[in-house]
Structures are given as structure tokens and as C-alpha cells.
Design a protein around this ligand. Structure first.
Ligand code: SF4
Length: 352
């Protein structure tokens, strides 16, 4: 089965600014027309050629006649948690659905969690998305579209000021499309996010971590989740390919911009990876790295047979690392009542 996108390839949101210029100049039109279209699509989020009022009608007609569309996705449903988290169910043109989450950060600010694949091939045992398997990669346009359609789901006056690739899928498995999406997302004539406000999270694909370091100055998060190869292999099969020592070596050579930290995510599974010895080993593994550690007490879903650790265990783990001078945060359970918390994303068979 192909995991390449099979949807028609004529959405303007899939084009980089350079590709758009190429298409427009091939029609015998000046380059600035492409820049006008780029702004309409990526900055103003316009979905209808008729709304592009500073373009000649003939050009709008040519684009439509040539089969171009603007965006491939539809915002189908928004579930709102009691804590203000919003889960967006986004329908793709070929019928699949991905989820994106708006996480409230206080003072009218949201972080948006983006999906990069329909399902995921990595099969991490603590993650609901992993149980779905991989259907296909998302296109760059489908990734950017999540940001554009989310504007309709953000409360009035609020802003989305951070993007994190921590939704469905392993972003670095879909490397080319994810990197391509960063072009429009960071373009001042598009959504205009500074790379400092974008984080890509990976389960540890070592060659792609190296490649990312060469092409994009975004933040990097690593989903580590264990301190021995034996445990990590059990809960994250990717560890057989890239064991912990190789992964940590990749982090040590990652060209981190000055004053920035890597994020190390550690899902705490009761009785599996949450002992004092684990905390000790984690501190040892990360010694000398510029990191912040994000502890994530497991968010349950039916099936895998894990338990959320007790609060005092989480506290002890936290305190151990804290005492050793690490910056440590414990991720809350935002969105847990709407299955929007970390590791819970993916359409349930009983979804409305
Ligand atoms: S944790 Fe991430 S990489 Fe692992 S199965 Fe879930 S979505 Fe895939």
C-alpha cells in the first residue's frame, strides 16, 4: 500500500512561494501576481478565488478553469473541553480525518498541535494513534491547512502563537512534506510564525534528526520515554532500529541555535519506566545537554494495559531531576475529557 498522498495535486496550499511564482509566470503573468495570490491564501486564509479582489478576473478564471483549488480540508467538528482545550476534527479530501488540538496557554494564547500523517507506523505502545497504523502521509498543504482552518475555531480575540508537531503521526517519517510546510508557515506574507515558535517532536529517527538540523532552525523535541534499551524496545519498537545511545549521540550533535534547549518528553507509565533508578539513569543520559524535560503522566485509553503513575511517584521523579539542576515540567491532562490529550488522538469507531 502506498503511503504517498493520493489526493489530487492541485491545491494552492501545497505550493511553495517559488512554485507558485513558477506557475504564474508560466501563464505569462508578472511575478507579483503570485505574491498577491500567496498573501490571499496563506495570510488572509481566503478559500474562494472570487474574493481575491486585486487580481484580474481573467486570472482568477484561469486558475479555476485549470482545476486549482484552495485547500484540501474541511473543519468538520470542534469539541471543547471543560478546560478550554479544543479538538478539531479535520476531514481530508479523500475521506480520512486527522485531529489537531488547540491548547490554551493563558492570557488568550493557544498552542496548536498539528498532525503530520493519517495514522502512524511507529506503533508506540502507549499511544492511541499508534494502534491505527499508517494510512498515508499528509501533504504540506494539508499540514498548513490545519493552521488556516483553525482560525475558525479560536475564540474571538485569542491568538495561536506556537505550533507543535505532536499530533497524529511521526513528523520526521513524513520529512519532505513537513519541511515543505515550514516554508509558508514561517513566511512573513503567510501565517508568519518564527521558527522559534515551532517545535517538531520525534520518536527518534536518527538520520532525519541529522537532516532536520541542516535545513530548519525549528525547536526539536524527542519522545524518549525509557532509560534502558530493553524497556524502550518494548514500548517503542523504533528503538530496535535506533537504540538510546545512537539517539542521544544525535542530540549531542544537533546544531542547536544559541540559548535554545531541546525538549525531552518522557511519558511516565506506572511500574514500567517511573522508578528512582529510571530518574537516575535519565539524569545521567542527558548530562551536558541543553534540555528541558517534559514529564507526561500517561493519559489512559482502553487496551494497552498501562497504568497512570500515582501523583507521589510523578513528584519523586520530578524532584530527582530537579535536584540535579534540570528544567522539568509536568504536562497536565488538558483535553483528556474529549480524547485530545497527548497520545489520545485518532478517530474512534464510535465517533459521532
Ligand atoms: S507517539 Fe507519535 S510516533 Fe509514536 S505511535 Fe504515537 S503518533 Fe506515532
Amino acid at each position: 500500500m502506498s503511503i504517498r498522498p493520493t489526493v489530487p495535486e492541485k491545491s494552492l496550499t501545497d505550493l511553495s512561494r517559488a512554485a507558485l511564482r513558477e506557475r504564474v509566470t508560466a501563464l505569462g503573468l508578472p511575478r507579483y501576481r503570485a505574491d498577491q495570490i500567496f498573501k490571499w491564501v496563506f495570510q488572509k486564509g481566503i478559500r474562494d478565488f472570487d474574493a481575491m479582489t486585486d487580481l484580474p478576473k481573467a486570472l482568477r478564471q484561469t486558475l479555476a478553469d485549470d482545476g486549482w483549488t484552495i485547500g484540501r480540508v474541511t473543519l468538520e467538528r470542534v469539541a471543547v473541553s471543560v478546560d478550554g482545550t479544543r479538538k478539531l476534527v479535520i476531514r481530508l479530501q479523500d475521506g480520512g480525518a486527522v485531529e489537531s488540538v488547540l491548547i490554551p496557554m493563558g492570557e488568550g494564547r493557544f498552542t496548536q498541535c498539528l498532525s503530520s500523517q493519517l495514522g502512524c507506523a511507529l506503533d508506540c505502545k502507549f499511544c492511541f494513534t499508534g494502534t491505527l497504523g499508517l494510512s498515508r502521509h499528509l501533504t504540506a498543504g494539508e499540514i498548513v491547512d490545519q493552521v488556516l482552518v483553525a482560525r475558525g475555531a479560536v475564540p474571538e480575540g485569542a491568538v495561536v502563537d506556537h505550533l507543535v508537531f505532536m499530533g497524529m503521526g511521526e513528523p520526521l517519517h513524513n520529512f519532505d512534506h513537513v519541511v515543505a510546510s515550514l516554508g509558508p508557515l514561517t513566511d512573513p506574507d503567510g501565517p508568519g510564525y518564527s521558527p522559534r515558535r515551532i517545535t517538531i517532536s520525534t520518536s527518534g529517527l536518527v538520520p532525519q534528526i541529522d537532516a532536520l538540523g541542516q535545513v530548519a532552525p525549528v525547536n526539536l523535541a524527542i519522545s524518549l520515554n525509557a532509560t534502558t534499551d530493553e524497556v524502550r524496545e518494548r514500548i517503542m519498537p523504533i528503538n530496535k532500529r535506533y537504540p538510546i545511545a545512537e539517539l542521544i549521540a544525535a542530540l549531542r550533535r544537533y546544531p542547536l541555535p544559541p540559548r535554545r534547549k531541546l525538549t525531552v518528553e518522557y511519558v511516565l507509565l506506572g511500574g514500567v519506566n517511573d522508578t528512582d533508578a529510571d530518574a537516575q539513569r535519565l539524569g545521567d543520559l542527558l548530562r551536558g545537554l541543553s534540555v528541558r524535560i517534559n514529564l507526561i503522566p500517561w493519559n489512559p485509553f482502553q487496551g494497552p494495559g498501562f497504568a497512570r503513575p500515582a501523583d507521589d511517584r510523578v513528584r519523586a521523579f520530578h524532584q530527582h531531576l530537579d535536584r540535579r539542576g534540570y528544567t522539568v515540567t509536568v504536562r497536565g491532562t488538558k483535553g483528556i475529557d474529549i480524547d485530545a490529550a497527548c497520545g489520545q488522538l485518532g478517530e474512534r469507531p464510535d465517533a459521532a
